[in-house]
Ligand binder design. Sequence first.
Ligand SMILES: [Zn+2]
Length: 285
Amino acid sequence: MWTLPLPSNKNAIAELKTALTYCNGKAKYELTKEEVAAIKELYELYEKLAGRAQQPLLGEGFTAATKAAVKEGYKEVQVKRRLAALRSRLILASNRCPVCSISTVEDLDHHLPESVYELLAIYSSNLIPMCHKCNNKKRAVAGETPQNSFIHAYYDKVPQDERFLTALTKIIDGALTVEFQIDRTPTLKKNVYQMLNFQCNRVLLSDRLKKEINILLTGQAVPLEMAFGEEKDAAAVKELLIKQDEHYTRKMGKNDWRSSLLGSLAKNEEFCAGGFIQALGLGNA
Ligand SMILES: [Zn+2]
């Protein structure tokens, strides 16, 4: 969840040229040598700026026709088009959406929107694999300040050893309520903290996770009941939840919603002391 390794962009210029050429080798749009060199510089600047929205990336010196042609070239990154291999390489690099960690990846999101940064429309470092729902929510955001941006999954760093995604779990009238929040931990940078907050709210993370939480905890019902047993052993329930937190932490990281949730439930005394029975709809038999 959150970040992905930066994919290789060593073929970026070759990919750009492919996008502007027909299958038969005829040019759809001819870039001058100077333009190719200037786009290469623009790509390098993008790397240096780690994908932050900055005026020089707008490519103001380029003609409108060139910008439109490059933007149009993104069509070749669709399924079955000339750059479909680039698409599958980027999408296959991620098992789940880095934003929500719920759904599989279906889309490529332009981190800096192609409607504004046309020359970055087919640049691999600007193309982030995302699920359809998150991509839809991300599409319309301004992305100018940390208060209205998503993190850049390739460039931004999040702490691995500190838990910044926390689940607040409460039992209200027997039912479990869960809210996720981002905590400002010692090594989580302020701007990344602000972006994480923004993106979690924007994609309605807590709300979308309700169904997933149900599925995850329903699968835990029998082990929880067995741990609790006739002795009503809250400590055994707590220990089981700690072990499951550790398991998901190894598998998905410390800041995946699954590990955060199980870690929080392990600390929820009411849940461990039998609150889970009603909350998971058990005990009616
Ligand atoms: Zn998603």
